[in-house]
Design a protein around this ligand. Structure first.
Ligand code: SF4
Ligand code: SF4
Length: 165
């Protein structure tokens, strides 16, 4: 009776332990090794499209942290806003992605980087010049299924660890 009550539980527990012993290790030697990140990662860098951005300010209103600052002027000739200043203080940002989701013109994306620690507080501010897309600063597929479909498939498996060069 006692074996039925407790013995089976012990055997089940041991089975779990043995299975974990036989599993491939999932610890990487960071920072020499690092796991590939999700293609929909919400990293702590932003990619801003100066062509698509209309200066509507929707992202600013959506940000719960008040991290986005935008200054626009009106262009009478072209009958549209000119974005004079657009910057995000990542010191306040919590990577919620609401600004990206709120943008009606797909002009704002989150990037891949997650190691953006700085020595100076002021260096956490990303200006519009810094936020332009480049080969070193690619937008992730977060909240953009079309973009995500074109990115390499994500994996968190250890055998896909990329060695730091
Ligand atoms: S990700 Fe969230 S906290 Fe960061 S700037 Fe966008 S809305 Fe604000
Ligand atoms: S919501 Fe989009 S288009 Fe509007 S100001 Fe922000 S980034 Fe520009």
């Amino acid at each position: 009776m006692k074996f039925e009550r407790y013995g089976i539980g012990i055997v089940k527990g041991l089975m779990v332990t043995i299975m974990h012993l036989l599993r491939h290790p999932t610890v990487s030697q960071y920072p020499e090794q690092r796991l590939n990140t999700s293609r929909r990662i919400r990293g702590n860098e932003f990619i801003w499209d100066q062509v698509k951005c209309t200066g509507c300010g929707t992202c600013t209103k959506a940000c719960p942290q008040g991290a986005i600052e935008i200054v626009t002027s009106t262009s009478q000739e072209e009958n549209k806003y000119t974005v004079d200043k657009y910057q995000i203080d990542t010191g306040y940002c919590i990577q919620c992605g609401l600004c990206v989701e709120a943008c009606p013109y797909e002009a704002l994306y989150l990037g891949y980087a997650y190691e953006c620690a700085k020595y100076q507080r002021g260096e956490l501010v990303q200006t519009k010049e810094m936020m332009l897309e480049s080969p070193l600063r690619k937008a992730s597929g977060y909240f953009s299924p079309k973009r995500a479909a074109k990115l390499p498939k994500q994996t968190l498996l250890l055998e896909r660890i990329t060695e730091k060069k």
